[in-house]
Write a protein that binds this ligand. Structure first.
Ligand SMILES: [Mg+2]
Length: 110
């Protein structure tokens, strides 16, 4: 199955999913509920890593979270693509440091 690379195509697909089940009028776009769903999917990603599950399963759980993230942008009505690039530009300017043996990119404010 071939799909478009564009964020707009992903956003449209998630919007169709929300519309199909009427998330807007049935609590599916309530932020507290969405936080719980996102935490659940993050937990499933964590289980893949800690239990050494196959890469395909990690990819599927990461996709679950990604779909939720796009859906959260729909629910809270913000432009995730714009926010992504704004933040990407910002973090590309940041310094990195080794912290406890691992690279960390942050503002490192004092
Ligand atoms: Mg999942």
């Amino acid at each position: 199955m071939e799909h478009s690379d564009s964020y707009q195509a992903m956003l449209d697909a998630v919007q169709v999913f929300h519309d199909k089940h009427d998330f807007k009028n049935k609590g599916g776009e309530e932020m507290t509920y969405r936080m719980a769903l996102m935490a659940e999917e993050l937990g499933e990603i964590g289980a893949c890593v800690t239990k050494g599950k196959p890469k395909e399963q990690l990819a599927e759980e990461t996709a679950d979270l990604f779909i939720l993230l796009i859906g959260t942008a729909i629910s809270a009505d913000f432009d995730l693509k714009q926010a992504f690039w704004q933040k990407m530009d910002k973090i590309m300017q940041r310094e990195s440091k080794m912290v406890n043996g691992r690279i960390r990119v942050s503002e490192f404010r004092k």
